[in-house]
Write a protein that binds this ligand. Structure first.
Ligand SMILES: [Zn+2]
Ligand SMILES: [Zn+2]
Length: 225
C-alpha cells in the first residue's frame, strides 16, 4: 500500500472518531479507505487522542491473513470429559451400532439382507459341477470372450493381471434355479463387474429382481370382487 501517493486528504479528528469509535472500523479498514498504511491511521488516532482498541478485538480482522479467531479451538485439546461427551453423541448418530456392537453381529448370515448364498460347501460344490462348467462355456462362446458391457476382448488383455473374466449372475446366485441358466449370466470384465454392483449402476443394468413385479391392477380387481 502506497502511503505517499494517496490523493485522499487526511480525515479530521471528528471524522476519525466517527469511523473508528462509532462505526468500529479498524486501522486496516481505515488504511484502505484513505489509501494509507494501517500504522499511519494508528498514528492519527494517537494524535487525535482517540483510545485505540486492543489488537484482535476487531471481528473483521479475525480471518484476515495471519489473523486468528480468538474463539478458534485450534491448538487446544479436549478434556477427557469432553471426549466422553463427543463419543456418546457420535454413538447416537450410528443407529447400526447397539451398545458398540454392529446390529448384524448376532444376525445369522442367511438372515442378512446382503446374503448372496455364502461360501458354503454347497456353493463350492456348485462351482465344481459339470452343469456350471457347461454354462461357463456357453457364456464365453455367446460373448466371444468379450466383456458384455464394454466389449473388452479378453484375448487382448494381460493374462497375468487378468487371468479370467468373472461371470455375473443377473438374478442373484441365491436363486438356485437360475444359477446355471445361461440367459441369467453375463461375462463382464472386472471393472464392469464392480460397476454393476456399485451405486453408480443406478439404472440397475445387468441386475434383475428374482421376484416378479406385482400386478397391482389385477390385485385391485381381486380385492374388489
Ligand atoms: Zn467391461
Ligand atoms: Zn455380479
Amino acid at each position: 500500500m502506497s502511503a505517499t501517493k494517496s490523493t485522499i486528504p487526511r480525515p479530521t479528528n471528528e471524522q476519525l472518531a466517527a469511523l473508528y469509535v462509532e462505526r468500529k472500523l479498524g486501522c486496516g479498514e481505515l488504511g484502505k479507505m484513505f489509501e494509507r498504511d494501517p500504522k499511519t491511521v494508528y498514528y492519527w488516532l494517537k494524535q487525535a487522542g482517540i483510545q485505540t482498541r486492543a489488537r484482535g478485538t476487531d471481528p473483521a480482522q479475525w480471518f484476515a491473513k495471519g489473523g486468528q479467531d480468538p474463539r478458534s479451538f485450534s491448538g487446544t485439546k479436549h478434556s477427557a470429559e469432553s471426549k466422553a461427551k463427543i463419543g456418546a453423541a457420535s454413538r447416537g448418530r450410528t443407529p447400526w451400532l447397539r451398545g458398540g456392537v454392529h446390529w448384524l453381529h448376532t444376525v445369522p448370515a442367511d438372515r442378512n439382507p446382503k446374503w448372496k448364498g455364502g461360501i458354503t460347501p454347497e456353493r463350492q460344490e456348485f462351482y465344481r459341477s459339470a452343469e456350471w462348467k457347461r454354462a461357463v462355456k456357453a457364456v464365453w462362446c455367446r460373448a466371444d470372450a468379450c466383456c458384455e458391457r464394454c466389449g473388452l476382448d479378453w484375448r487382448n488383455v494381460d493374462r497375468k493381471a487378468t487371468p479370467t473374466f468373472p461371470i455375473h449372475h443377473i438374478v442373484t446366485f441365491a436363486v438356485s434355479e437360475l444359477r446355471a441358466a445361461v440367459d441369467n449370466l453375463a461375462l463382464l470384465c472386472r471393472p464392469c463387474h464392480i460397476w454393476v454392483h456399485s451405486n453408480e449402476n443406478s439404472i440397475q443394468a445387468f441386475l434383475a429382481s428374482p421376484w416378479p413385479r406385482r400386478d397391482f391392477a389385477a390385485l385391485d380387481q381381486e380385492n374388489a370382487s
